[in-house]
Design a protein. Structure first.
Length: 495
C-alpha cells in the first residue's frame, strides 16, 4: 500500500468519470443551483472590502514567506505546542499518520471518536484505518454526516454533500440514522429545519458520550502553538472542548508565523468560502489547560507529499491553499462534472493541481487531472491567496507529456513520458521545429492561406468533439508577414 493516499479508491481517468457524471441531470441541477448561489454571495461579501486586493496579496506573501522558511517555523511550532502541554508527532505519509492516531486512541481505551470536518483525515483515509482497528469514527459536520450515513464520498471542499438535494437527504436520514445511533424522528420531512434538528438530536448523544475527539485545523500559529478551526455549525466547538483527549491531524503547510498573520486570513477565508464577514465559530486551542477543555492534546503534523510539492518551484504555490473552495464554485468543469470525477478528496481546480503533486502522476486518474480544466482563469481571479492554477495546470501537463525530473518521497527521480500522448508530443515537437525555422513557417502560412477555401468547418476524428462546440478559426486571406511587406507595415494603406 502506498503511503500517500488521498481519500479515494482507485478511480478511472477524469474524462471517463466526468462523462458519466455529466449524464446525471439531477446531479447537474444540484451543482448548478448550489455553485451559482454560493459564488453570487461570495462576490457580494468580497465587494464590501475596499482593500480586498491588498489582503489577497498579503495572504500570498505570508504563505510564500512561510513556505520558504517552513523548516524553521515547524520547529518553532513544535516547541510552542510542547511548552503549552501538548505532544507533537511527525507523520511522513498516510500510513504513519494512521498508525499514530490509531495507537493514541487505543491508549485511551476508547472504541469511538467524534470528528470535526477534516480534509487531512479524509486525505489519509483515517476513518477506514480506525474501522479496521475496531474504532468507530463519527462525523459531526452536517454535510459530512450526510456523506457518512449515505456511504458516499465528499464532492466539495466546503459543502461535501453538495450533490445531494433535500429529498435525498431525508431518505438517507430515515434509512440510516438508526444504524449509527439515535434514529430519525417519525414523519421526518425534507424541510431544512427538520433535517437540521434530526441531525442535532442524533449528534448530541455522541458529543456527550465521546471521550476522544479528532480534528484538523485551518491554521497553526508558530509563535504560540495555537491551532485554529473556523466553522458555522458549532459541532467543531463541541468536538474541541468536550472530549478528554484531542488529536489534531494537520498538514505542515497550514502554519502561519504570527497572530498578526492570522488576522489576514480570518478576513479572506470566510468571505471566500461561506460569504460571511466572519465565521460564527472560530475556535482556538493552545496545548492543555487545567479544568478547561481536553486533558491531553496531540498534534500530528502530516507531510504526505507536501515536501515533494514544495520542491517544485512552479507547483509549490498550491500549498498556499486555505481550502476556501472559491475556485470550485466558479469552475465550469466542476459545475458540470461534480467532485467525484476528480477521484480525490480535493476536487475542482485546486484538486486538479494538488492531487497529482501529492500522489504523483503515475496513475490514470492523476495523469488526467491536469487536463480537467478549460484554462479560463476564473479560478485564479477568485483565489484569496492568488494561486495561479492555470499556470500550474500547464506545468503539470508538460510533466505528464514530457516526463522529466521530479521529487518523490524526498528523492530526485526522472519520470517517463505518460502513455497515450505520443501524438501530442509529436505535434508539439513539429510546432517547435516550425517556429524555429522561419522559412518553413512562411511557406506553411502561405499554403494555408491559398488553400483556405478547401478547409473543413469541423475537424475529423478525435477533433470532432472539440469543434462540436467551437468554431474552427478561419485562416486569413494572406499571412501577416506578406501583408506587412506588401503595405510597408501598413503605411501604404493609410495613403
Amino acid at each position: 500500500m502506498s503511503g500517500t493516499f488521498v481519500g479515494m479508491p482507485a478511480f478511472p481517468a477524469f474524462p471517463v468519470a466526468a462523462h458519466e457524471a455529466v449524464g446525471n441531470r439531477t446531479l447537474r441541477g444540484n451543482l448548478r443551483h448550489a455553485t451559482h448561489t454560493i459564488r453570487a454571495k461570495r462576490a457580494k461579501a468580497v465587494a464590501e472590502l475596499s482593500d480586498w486586493d491588498a489582503l489577497r496579496e498579503a495572504g500570498k506573501q505570508i504563505k510564500d514567506h512561510t513556505l520558504r522558511h517552513l523548516d524553521r517555523y515547524l520547529v518553532q511550532l513544535e516547541e510552542s505546542v510542547t511548552a503549552a502541554g501538548g505532544t507533537v508527532h511527525w507523520a511522513a505519509d498516510a500510513d504513519e499518520a494512521n498508525r499514530i492516531v490509531t495507537r493514541l486512541v487505543r491508549e485511551t481505551g476508547e472504541s469511538e471518536v467524534v470528528k470535526v470536518k477534516s480534509m487531512a483525515t479524509q486525505e489519509i483515509g483515517l476513518n477506514e484505518a480506525l474501522e479496521e482497528a475496531g474504532i468507530r469514527a463519527y462525523e459531526t459536520d452536517l454535510a459530512e454526516l450526510i456523506v457518512q450515513l449515505g456511504k458516499d464520498r465528499p464532492s466539495h471542499i466546503l459543502v461535501p454533500a453538495i450533490h445531494r438535494n433535500r429529498g435525498e437527504i431525508r431518505e438517507i436520514f430515515a434509512r440510516e440514522m438508526s444504524e449509527w445511533g439515535r434514529p430519525a424522528p417519525d414523519g421526518l420531512t425534507d424541510t431544512p429545519a427538520e433535517l437540521a434538528e434530526a441531525a442535532r438530536l442524533h449528534l448530541r448523544e455522541k458529543f456527550l458520550r465521546a471521550k476522544v475527539g479528532v480534528s484538523g485545523a485551518n491554521f497553526m500559529v508558530a509563535e504560540t502553538g495555537t491551532l485554529v478551526v473556523v466553522e458555522s455549525e458549532g459541532n467543531g466547538r463541541m468536538c474541541l472542548t468536550l472530549p478528554e483527549t484531542l488529536i489534531s491531524v494537520v498538514g505542515i503547510e497550514k502554519i502561519v508565523p504570527t497572530w498578526q498573520d492570522l488576522e489576514v486570513f480570518l478576513q479572506t477565508l470566510p468571505r471566500s468560502s461561506t460569504a460571511e464577514r466572519m465565521n460564527p465559530y472560530t475556535s482556538t486551542w493552545t496545548g492543555t489547560t487545567d479544568g478547561d477543555g481536553p486533558r491531553a492534546f496531540h498534534l500530528v503534523l502530516l507531510d504526505n507529499g507536501r515536501t515533494d510539492t514544495l520542491a517544485d518551484e512552479v507547483g509549490r504555490q498550491a500549498l498556499r491553499c486555505i481550502r476556501c473552495s472559491a475556485c470550485l464554485n466558479v469552475c465550469p468543469v466542476y459545475e458540470r462534472a461534480g467532485g467525484h470525477a476528480y477521484g480525490s478528496v480535493y476536487p475542482g481546480p485546486i484538486g486538479a493541481i494538488l492531487s497529482p503533486q501529492l500522489r504523483g502522476t503515475a496513475s490514470e486518474i492523476d495523469a488526467s487531472l491536469p487536463y480537467a480544466s478549460s484554462l479560463c482563469g476564473a479560478c485564479y481571479e477568485v483565489c484569496p491567496v492568488a494561486i495561479d492554477i492555470p499556470e500550474v495546470l500547464v506545468h503539470l501537463r508538460e510533466r505528464v507529456v514530457e516526463g522529466g525530473p521530479v521529487t518523490r518521497e524526498g528523492n530526485k527521480v526522472v519520470l517517463q513520458p505518460a502513455k497515450g500522448h505520443a501524438a501530442e508530443r509529436a505535434a508539439m515537437r513539429a510546432t517547435r521545429w516550425t517556429f524555429t525555422h522561419p522559412g518553413a513557417l512562411r511557406t506553411g502560412q502561405r499554403l494555408a492561406s491559398r488553400t483556405r477555401r478547401f478547409h473543413p468547418r469541423t475537424l475529423p476524428g478525435p477533433g470532432r468533439a472539440w469543434t462540436g462546440t467551437r468554431d474552427l478559426p478561419a485562416v486569413p486571406a494572406e499571412p501577416f508577414r506578406d501583408w506587412w511587406q506588401r503595405t510597408n507595415g501598413g503605411k501604404d494603406e493609410t495613403k
